[in-house]
Design a protein around this ligand. Structure first.
Ligand code: FEO
Ligand code: CA
Ligand code: CA
Ligand code: CA
Length: 595
């Protein structure tokens, strides 16, 4: 079992102080290496990166922009596959001003989305990993805008996912805005297509048949002008193209020739990610968040059971688990604040199985394609931007990051016990009346306990484990821990666990005045709620990933959009991290105990 000072789960460290440095800063006694940067060659034959000579062809062979989710899947004792999402692009930071035509900027940006599979190898000191050259890495792969993804489940072939290029409605080119994700027990990676709505142009006008559906998904037609270089991004030409995004994607990194899939059974919304737990009797349960102010938490339970026998046939069976089952949405009810806690009970409300809809007036296909509209009809709880939702393998509870919500407290989104801070008010203490201006600007971490400890149960209990912010602010709550001894934390986004069950949290959009970073917090024992900042990321960056792995010796962090600050440009960057060039390069780093 992992233990001792080399273990990130056990090691004592002095928290990193909040800072505004253009650096990746770890707690003292730890070090880090940059594993792979935007532009680094991924597949065999990929050209070396040159910011002044970018092409669609090179982008499709190199590590994409804005790394997000990070998974590590073992190949053998010393090698593993790093699987990474490339969520979106920052054109102003990617391209020298005037060096490319407007259309080339669009084409290269499209190609810089997707995912990468990169072989990495152990290095000294223990816990460090470096990428192997593409020439020695037959598993390496770039999934990009020309990669075919197969639609699975009830919506595959539906008339509303058919397009000119795909009249059968079964094969989608590319994956967009891949945010967080998860690694399955059967050795694949799930990836969430999140803010896909932003990529579609109005063209000659929106198709009135889908006015309500587009509106609920934020598809307004104010895209990025991609319709001029690829007509599928023009809504007036291809009104169904956006219906082919917003899914959970499954990739089998062990088979570089496999066709990645989009599982319609898991619903369509702004998927942050999906993480799997097994129910008591072996069904695969996927937990998911829809990252929008006032949107919902979801869960999928597979119809078939996971086969852990390790045979080839078992793996083939497990690869079908996400194609049939039941999709649910969460309702949370508080038990009153007199007990001094934000807590209560919850119910998973069924929306549809692969054979039956549970929503009046909507078919199975309607529910899965327009899941937000289906969920609206069963009155689930509107949450404050549900991001990563992940089961803790040690204590069996489920943790959800709720980043923030500037709309909370509006007439359409009143406060409730699970979402207690209004946008214009804050409680002086959780039992006291609302007093002064502030709001849910710093976010929460929600803790859910499945009924009977079974992830397939239809009920659960819940509590707000963290009410984030400056610990000196009265409304904050750190799991009951002494608030004079914790790090300030703001805008939790992605979550992960070490093998001791400690929660690791990365942040996105810290509003306390310092850089984002990654924090460790025990969820049990006398130190429950002791939030400690383990690292900070460079100026303008968001911390993504985080992944504690390799017997807790390694922490992988995706440093996304370093230097993304208003007014910054390629020539006048706000960051030059990782300081290998005169401009910033989003990169994955690994942190480990210093030798
Ligand atoms: Fe891509 Fe919800 O963060
Ligand atoms: Ca309560
Ligand atoms: Ca986020
Ligand atoms: Ca994020």
């Amino acid at each position: 079992a992992p233990s001792g000072h080399g273990s990130l789960g056990q090691a004592a460290f002095t928290p990193v102080e909040p800072n505004r440095r253009d650096a990746f800063v770890t707690a003292q006694g730890f070090d880090h290496d940059v594993v792979v940067r935007w532009g680094d060659p991924v597949v065999q034959g990929a050209p070396e990166f040159d910011a002044h000579a970018q092409t669609v062809e090179s982008a499709r062979q190199q590590f994409g922009y804005n790394c997000d989710y990070v998974g590590l899947l073992p190949l053998d004792d010393d090698e593993a596959l790093l699987v990474v999402n490339h969520e979106y692009t920052d054109e102003n930071l990617m391209f020298p001003t005037g060096a490319y035509s407007a259309d080339d900027v669009k084409r290269i940006s499209i190609a810089s989305h997707g995912m990468s599979v990169v072989t990495v190898r152990r290095h000294k000191p223990a816990g460090s990993w470096k990428r192997t050259g593409p020439g020695r890495s037959p598993h390496n792969r770039r999934l990009h805008d020309a990669t075919v993804f197969e639609l699975t489940g009830p919506v595959a072939g539906d008339t509303r996912v058919r397009t000119t290029a795909d009249p059968a409605g079964r094969n989608v080119l590319g994956t967009l805005n891949n945010c967080a994700g998860g690694t399955t027990p059967w050795g694949t990676v799930l990836s969430g297509e999140e803010n896909f709505n932003q990529y579609f142009d109005k063209g000659a006008g929106l198709d009135p048949r889908y006015a309500a559906q587009y509106a609920r998904y934020g598809i307004t037609g104010s895209g990025r002008g991609w319709g001029t270089v690829d007509p599928r991004f023009d809504l007036s030409k291809e009104p169904h193209e956006p219906h082919r995004f917003g899914w959970i994607v499954e990739v089998d990194p062990y088979d570089p020739t496999s066709t990645p899939r989009k599982h319609t059974m898991l619903g369509r919304f702004k998927h942050e990610g999906a993480n799997i737990a097994l129910s008591t009797d072996g069904h695969a349960v996927a937990y998911m968040g829809d990252d929008e102010r006032g949107d919902y938490l979801y869960r999928f339970v597979s119809a078939a059971k996971y086969d852990g026998s390790g045979t080839k046939a078992a793996r083939a069976h497990n690869l079908t688990l996400l194609t049939k089952g039941t999709l649910y949405v969460a309702k949370l009810v508080g038990d009153g604040t007199e007990d001094g806690l934000f807590d209560g009970t919850g119910t998973w409300l069924p929306l549809a199985s692969d054979t039956q809809s549970f929503v009046d007036g909507m078919s199975v296909q309607d529910v899965l394609l327009f899941t937000r509209l289906a969920a609206d009809k069963v009155a689930p709880t509107k949450m404050d931007r549900p991001e990563d939702v992940e089961p803790n393998p040690v204590n069996g509870k489920v943790y959800a990051a709720l980043t923030n919500n500037s709309n909370r407290g509006n007439a359409a989104m009143p406060v409730d016990e699970a979402n207690p801070l209004a946008s214009s008010q804050v409680r002086a203490s959780i039992a006291a009346p609302l007093t002064k201006a502030s709001g849910n600007r710093n976010g929460y971490v929600l803790e859910m306990t499945p009924g009977g400890g079974d992830h397939a149960a239809t009920t659960f209990t819940w509590d707000l484990f963290l009410v984030c912010g400056d610990p000196s602010a009265p409304e904050t709550w750190f799991g009951g821990f002494d608030k004079s001894k914790v790090s300030p934390i703001s805008c939790p986004d992605n979550v992960s666990f070490d093998s001791a069950g400690n929660l690791w949290i990365s942040t996105d959009g810290n509003v306390l005045g310092s850089n984002d970073g990654v924090f460790r917090v025990p969820v049990a024992g006398p130190n429950r709620g002791q939030v400690q900042q383990f690292c900070t990321v460079p100026k303008g960056a968001e911390a993504c990933g985080p992944l504690v792995t390799d017997d807790d010796r390694s922490l992988f962090v995706a440093v996304q959009h370093p230097g993304e600050i208003d007014g910054a440009s390629f020539e006048q960057p706000a960051s030059t991290w990782p300081h290998t060039d005169a401009f910033p390069r989003p990169s994955v780093v690994v942190a480990f105990k210093s030798r």
